[in-house]
Write a protein that binds this ligand. Structure first.
Ligand SMILES: [Zn+2]
Length: 352
């Protein structure tokens, strides 16, 4: 109790009870006026095994730090903190069953659950529509839910040090995402949809299982930092492996698209109209063709900043369309203008 009053002296709306070896903490020990004034409450580095429901009495609380305790649940009372914007709960024993049902009704902007025991991102977290920063590093996450796309205000997503094996394309629907940290996971590929992350400045992918990147990564015009060390990136040109001949449907569709044959909704059944909309343009600059389902996968090396050569996956329309890619990676990139990225674009590519 003495500790509680001593900490209260801090003033300025700050109550700091960090590093006091507290086993319990109850708001009942704080004077009413003080509770009302408190905007920042620090309970980090204690021995709390639960958060007392009386925490809800700090009606003007904006920041709560309960990191480095022994918490395995977060009480319902927290959902009554309508002004809470920042919750820091690093290094506890929390998992996806630890949060109150209505956790998603909070107006949080910053949430840090790093260093806990989450195996999934709780769905309540995907309802925090004002969230700008979400950290769940150093947990046991195996996947990222598609509902992540609900977090439309997100600027920072930190998921390093988990067991994630894939990046769902829904991540690409986060319009303000600036920092995406996925290092130290088990990711084998990067979905080409990530090219839609127009705000992305930093992409951390080191220590994963990537062998190549999608060529679309070149269109991330604001990307300044890309870390790739510790990935089994292929270092030699990979000759084409398999190619199934295109179906008659695909050949007809390619002809219509590449020759710009006009058609109207009244001409074709809706499934064919839809199919024609799915045409992808062949990335070979010397080819005007398109493809649908049947394409040739090729790894092509691209110079970054004149220093690094990154393997990018290309999808070409046919085996005959391989002319710009020679089997010699040395002569390949040097011979072509489009295969290098200006140094002012990507400022740091961390490979080593
Ligand atoms: Zn082509």
């Amino acid at each position: 109790m003495e500790n509680h009053e001593a900490a209260a002296v801090a003033g300025d709306g700050v109550l700091d009870f960090s590093r006091m070896s507290l086993n319990t903490f109850s708001a009942d020990s704080i004077r009413g006026e003080r509770k009302k004034e408190t905007r920042l409450l620090y309970l980090n580095y204690n021995r709390l095994s639960s958060l007392h429901p009386s925490v809800s009495l700090f009606c003007n609380l904006e920041l709560l730090d309960i990191s480095s305790n022994d918490l395995s649940t977060i009480c319902d009372g927290i959902t009554r903190l309508t002004k809470l914007r920042t919750l820091i709960a690093k290094n506890n024993r929390l998992d996806e069953f630890s949060l109150p049902k209505d956790f998603g009704s909070l107006q949080l902007e910053v949430l840090n659950f790093s260093g806990n025991r989450f195996q999934e991102i709780p769905l309540q977290c995907t309802k925090l529509l004002r969230l700008q920063s979400l950290s769940l590093g150093g947990n046991r996450l195996k996947s990222i839910p598609a509902e992540i796309e609900n977090l439309v205000s997100l600027e920072l997503l930190y998921l390093g040090g988990n067991l994630i094996s894939a990046i769902p394309p829904e991540v690409a629907n986060l319009p303000y995402l600036t920092y995406l940290v996925l290092c130290d996971n088990h990711i084998q590929s990067v979905p080409p949809q990530l090219t839609r992350l127009h705000s992305l400045r930093s992409l951390s992918l080191h220590n994963n299982l990537l062998t190549y990147l999608p060529r679309e990564i070149l269109s991330l015009v604001h990307l300044q930092e890309l870390s790739l060390r510790g990935n089994p990136l292929v270092v030699r040109f990979v000759k084409e492996m398999t190619y199934d001949p295109p179906s008659l449907l695909e050949l007809a569709g390619r002809t219509i698209k590449s020759r710009n044959i006009p058609y109207f909704p009244c001409d074709l059944p809706s499934n064919l109209l839809h199919y024609l909309d799915l045409a992808s343009k062949c990335p070979n600059p010397k080819c005007a063709g398109v493809y649908f389902d049947s394409c040739v996968r090729q790894i092509k090396f691209v110079d970054f900043c004149g220093k690094y050569r990154l393997p990018l996956m290309h999808y070409l329309c046919s085996p005959e369309c391989t002319s710009p890619c020679s089997s010699n990676p040395q002569s390949d990139a040097e011979s072509e203008d489009e295969s290098s990225v200006p140094a002012d674009r990507l400022q740091r590519v961390l490979l080593g």
